[in-house]
Design a protein around this ligand. Sequence first.
Ligand SMILES: [Zn+2]
Length: 297
Amino acid sequence: MKKFLHTLIFMMTIAALFLTGCGSDSKSSDSTLSVLASTTFLADITRNIAGDRLVIDSLLPIGMDPHSYQPTPQDMAKIEQSQLIIVNGAGYEQFLTTLLAGDGKNVIEASAGLSPREDAEHGADPHMWLDPNLVMAYVENIRKALTEYDPAGAAIYQANADAYIAQLQELDGWIKTQVGQIPSDKRLLVTNHEAFGYFAERYGFEVVGSVVPSFSSNAAPSAQQMAELIDEIKRLNAPAIFLDTADNNILAKQIADETGITVIDDLHLESLTEGAPAATYIEMMKYNVSRIVEALN
Ligand SMILES: [Zn+2]
């Protein structure tokens, strides 16, 4: 009932926004480009390209898991006020589907042109940002979008994008060196949901399995899936299970009770943090890799 009421209030607010929208046809004459990114790490990546030239906001606040996010009436207003919306794409922003339907907004998919990992049951895997090489493609898509909407800033966006891609290349090299410290038979990842596919592919990890066998954290395993994961952990002697700080860790702890596996439940995979340890996308990646290397050594 509470959920129903919540939905009803939300729908009414949207209706009200549309009505006021129709009443005043005075489209904002403010020439400042207002850019909205769906999540905190996309906002950071976009800021690196925009520099001081544009103001970039994130729709989701810090610490929020996009997989289970429920949009608020304020989100609708933010979207209304933005000229450009940057999303990850590949099905990541389920919460935006209804908000953007028929809106005609300029929505840019940062992952456009990349081929997602797919499986028949769960669709596309959106977690491409966990491989910095794929983020280089995000940078190029975002640079093009900013340039199209603000052609006068083209040279700035190009220079900033080049500098940021150099930082991402450096990050990639750093991750390779760090992962090189893990004995090859311990490069095993057990995770909350299937977030590490691209990362594992790039850096030579085997994904043993996930507590939630889905590309989203917003799902639940069956008893049989839990039993199979426990068998795999025992068979491969996987040292650690990795969760985002926003994930519920109850099932992981049950698995740990049965297998002795270490639970690392303070990664930052879907959101930045306010200040350390994951204030930027690059810091977020370095922090996660450091936690993984410590746990698997
Ligand atoms: Zn995820």
